[in-house]
Design a protein around this ligand. Structure first.
Ligand code: GLA
Length: 392
């Protein structure tokens, strides 16, 4: 969202509700490497991208929340006393879930009018939900004149997702969407919530390509995978002293427990343990600007997501196969929760435009699907944007 679009949204908010609105924005994200590691305290390396949700907020005096979604062209009105708030499988679960989660944090929100608008593709694995949650949290905190630290904002938005919406996701999305900094990728330790902001070498571009196969975190396969992972983790915890989370386990630990868990749990845990190792290696590669090694690690990560984690799909595999054959492509892999959604590609800067064109053309001729592809630079997260006045 640029200043013009934010201005138009602000104007229509003020026409709809009266009063003066304030603008808050939170981006989407793409994960370069470190998939399905976050909910077992592992390592991830995401960055924010130039898609976003914008929340415009103004106070109202009757203690209600009135929220208008421009995407759904629908307005909802809710009593925001905590006991009254319950999910109902509707888009408004995300913003109202944030009101609920803030209350758990001891922040009671007064009545408000909010307009929400976003251009994050839904079901593409780019964290449209975290983007809505964090934009809402920033707006509500702004309304209450409160500031909270990055960790608290990310944690309370994750709580919305886990306990209100009912998706078993980790902390990665909410954390990077809140705390990202333009020009940097973030390596996050999902146990300690310590992070490093790493530069992306200038010689490369990140290309995100949407397979157009929709994925959903709140239902089905994501939850099955996290159950399989948790079952394997519970065995390791019981059998090997010193293992609290999968993050603490080595492949040798896992091998020693192979007979005590299902074949599925074994394979899912092997993906996660090996993926944590790849993130550390990817960090080192980035620090020495070794894009070739970084790309190889992405390809290994894709194979592991496909074979051990069983979270890819034929369309995404086709996109990756086409990508790695292209000149200037160092690596390609599925990104996000899986079972569809997007690939992320590391491509030589000068070849990025040709890469996008070839990928779209060859994917269309292989499967008859027109993929959305875009070159993405690391963008600011919600906190950095707020310090600059709310828009990119
Ligand atoms: C989704 C979840 C994240 C993370 C990824 C997979 O995006 O919201 O917490 O688990 O999937 O890495």
């Amino acid at each position: 969202m640029n200043w013009n679009e934010a201005g138009t949204l602000l104007q229509s908010h003020e026409q709809r509700f009266g009063g003066q609105g304030r603008v808050f924005t939170a981006p989407a994200r793409v994960n370069l490497i470190g998939e399905h590691t976050d909910y077992t305290g592992g390592l991830v390396m995401p960055m924010a991208i130039d898609f976003a949700t914008t929340a415009i907020i103004s106070p109202r005096s009757d203690g209600r929340a009135v929220i208008y979604s421009t995407n759904f062209d629908e307005e909802i009105s809710s009593d925001i006393g905590t006991p009254a708030l319950a999910p109902r499988g509707h888009w408004s679960d995300y913003p109202l879930g944030v009101v609920w989660s803030l209350a758990q944090e001891g922040v009671t929100v007064g009545g408000f009018n909010m307009s929400l608008a976003g251009n994050v593709p839904v079901g593409a694995g780019l964290s449209s939900s975290a983007s809505i949650e964090v934009a809402t949290a920033m707006a509500l905190l702004g309304l209450m004149g409160k500031e909270l630290p990055l960790k608290t904002i990310a944690t309370l938005c994750r709580r919305t997702e886990n306990e209100f919406v009912g998706a078993k996701s980790g902390i990665m999305d909410q954390f990077v969407v809140t705390g990202a900094v333009a020009g940097r990728v973030m390596m996050l330790d999902c146990r300690s919530l310590e992070f490093e902001l790493l530069p992306l070498p200038e010689a490369v571009r990140i290309v995100v390509c949407n397979s157009m196969v929709k994925h959903a975190v709140a239902t089905g396969a994501y939850g099955d995978r996290s159950d399989e992972v948790n079952a394997g983790q519970a065995v390791l915890r019981a059998e090997r002293p010193g293992i609290e989370l999968l993050r603490d386990a080595t492949l040798a630990d896992l091998e020693a427990c192979r007979d005590k868990m299902s074949a599925a749990s074994f394979a899912r845990c092997r993906h996660i343990i090996s993926e944590n190792g790849r993130v550390l290696e990817a960090r080192d590669a980035l620090l020495r600007a070794d894009v070739k090694r970084f790309g190889e690690l992405m390809i290994e990560a894709h194979v592991s997501m496909r074979d051990d984690f069983a979270a890819s799909c034929p369309e995404v595999d086709t996109l990756v196969d086409i990508a790695v054959r292209q000149p200037g492509c160092f690596g390609a892999r599925i990104t996000g929760g899986g079972f569809g959604g997007c690939t992320v590609n590391l491509v030589e800067a000068e070849k990025a435009e040709d890469f996008v064109e070839a990928l779209r053309r060859e994917y269309k001729s292989a499967l008859g699907i027109s993929a959305d592809c875009f070159v993405s630079a690391p963008s600011d997260g919600a906190l950095a944007l707020a310090s600059k006045g709310g828009v990119q």
